[in-house]
Design a protein around this ligand. Structure first.
Ligand SMILES: O=CCCCC(=O)O
Length: 452
């Protein structure tokens, strides 16, 4: 069942039945039929439609943000910000697609060759609720320009976002059978992946969802992109403005109520700054991030996406404290909606679950490192490898540290966030493949070698 439940109040607004097997089969048939004519259109033609989609997303930013606020509790201003990135992504691939897809001539032993860059066919997208429109955009925009067609299964708590995205694309000129939303259930995904008409799958979601989809995709030899969890480290080497550093790091962690795969979830602070950093961060988190209505632009701490999500994160915090962590502030569930007080934990050790698991909510863990080397070791002591950040005043030192971190992305003096032209993705249990930037259009591409 798909359902819209307001996480700020717990009120159930709408329920939508899952698609039947026949409906899912018909949806696969549509994206399969649509592929032949879509791939034959010129790149310029497809790019023009994608560019029009960017305009429509911008025009509808207010209504799209309101849908996200209702469905998963995103602060209304953050929703508008999300649409800003969505517009950038559609524009980036519309503007750069033709160059990124140009033939690549090669001189090879004994002659010449050319690499042509074409689509591979209908793809399945399985997308999460934390950035309901952005997550879809970074999969869909490059693949539409490339010439693939898309069957999209959105999170069960975001049916209105799913419908709104389909309607923007339709109104922009994407043909009916080129982008199709399906209200399939998770249990129908294996059958979709087993269907010979589907050529690949992109999933953004939990580690567990990644394992299930990768297993089915592997069984069926389907190309896979996985963007999974993260427990990104943020190392503070030194600073000439501690308040600014504290503000920047807290802002990055609390963005989207802490529900970003690439939020800095583990702050690792060098010993000489640690005590002062923890005191100021605790004060900032306790005083600034007060729960409120996500539809009110003044609100700083919205609910989590669902009551279940809030209970889960509260449970992780409780367990950490039972296991010996120090609770500096927060940690309590606040009702009646899906609220959890903004939380700071310290003294988390490798014996505690919180040390290695991802905490997907407004919870900061701060670690103390005696040396730069120990900071790097703590950063890398994680099953995840999505993003990381290094804060410091000496760029050479920060770059040296960045190069030693096991992650797909490292940001100097900033944290979290993403941008259309910069590849995004992780290593280790954070997934495989890249989205955004030039790399994002290559994942489901047939780089065909033609020996001339
Ligand atoms: O949850 C992962 C997507 C993060 C998007 C962003 O930080 O811009």
């Amino acid at each position: 069942m798909y359902a819209v439940t307001n996480p700020a109040t717990g009120e159930l607004i709408e329920q939508i039945e899952n698609a039947t097997e026949e409906e899912v089969g018909a949806a696969i048939g549509r994206v399969h039929r649509g592929y032949d004519s879509w791939r034959r259109r010129t790149v310029a033609d497809r790019a023009k439609i994608v560019s029009r989609a960017a305009e429509l997303f911008a025009e509808r930013a207010g209504e799209l943000a309101a849908i996200m606020t209702l469905e998963m509790g995103k602060r209304i201003n953050e929703g508008r910000g999300e649409i800003g990135i969505v517009v950038d992504i559609f524009n980036y691939y519309a503007d750069n697609g033709p160059d990124l897809l140009a033939d690549e001539p090669m001189t090879i032993k004994g002659g010449e060759a050319v690499i042509t860059k074409g689509p591979i066919g209908p793809l399945l997208g399985v997308m999460p609720w934390n950035f309901p429109i952005y997550q879809v955009a970074r999969f869909v925009a490059p693949n539409l320009v490339l010439g693939n067609t898309i069957l999209l299964k959105h999170a069960s708590i975001c049916p209105r976002s799913a419908v709104a995205i389909e309607s923007v694309l339709r109104d922009a000129g994407v043909p009916d059978d080129v982008y199709v939303n399906t209200f399939a259930s998770s249990s129908q995904i294996p059958a979709i992946l087993a269907d010979p008409r589907i050529q690949g799958v992109s999933l953004t979601g939990s580690e567990q969802a990644g394992i299930s989809v990768a297993a089915e995709a592997g069984r069926n030899l389907k190309k896979t992109v996985l963007e999974l969890g993260g427990s990104d480290p943020l190392i503070v080497l030194d600073t000439d403005d501690l308040d600014e550093t504290v503000k920047a790091t807290a802002t990055a962690r609390m963005r989207n109520c802490g529900q970003s795969c690439n939020a800095p979830k583990r702050m690792i602070v060098l010993a000489d700054l640690y005590d002062e950093f923890v005191d100021r961060l605790t004060k900032r988190v306790a005083d600034f991030y007060l729960p409120g209505d996500p539809a009110d632009p003044e609100t700083k701490l919205p609910p989590l996406a669902s009551i279940a999500a809030a209970d889960e994160v509260a449970g992780q915090v409780e367990k950490a404290v039972e296991q010996g962590a120090t609770l500096r502030t927060g940690g309590r569930r606040v009702g009646p909606g899906a609220y959890l007080e903004a939380t700071v934990l310290t003294d988390v050790t490798p014996e505690m679950d919180a040390y290695y698991e991802e905490i997907f909510g407004p919870v900061v863990i701060v670690f103390r490192a005696e040396t730069e080397e120990q900071a790097i070791a703590i950063a890398n002591d994680s099953p995840f490898g999505l993003g990381a950040s290094v804060f410091g005043t000496d760029r050479e030192r920060s770059s040296r540290v960045a190069r030693q971190i096991e992650a797909g992305m490292v940001y100097l003096n900033s944290a979290g966030g993403s941008q259309a032209d910069l590849p995004f993705g992780g290593i280790k249990r954070s997934g495989m493949g890249r989205e955004l930037g030039p790399a994002g259009i290559e994942e489901f591409m047939n780089k065909k070698s033609i020996r001339l």
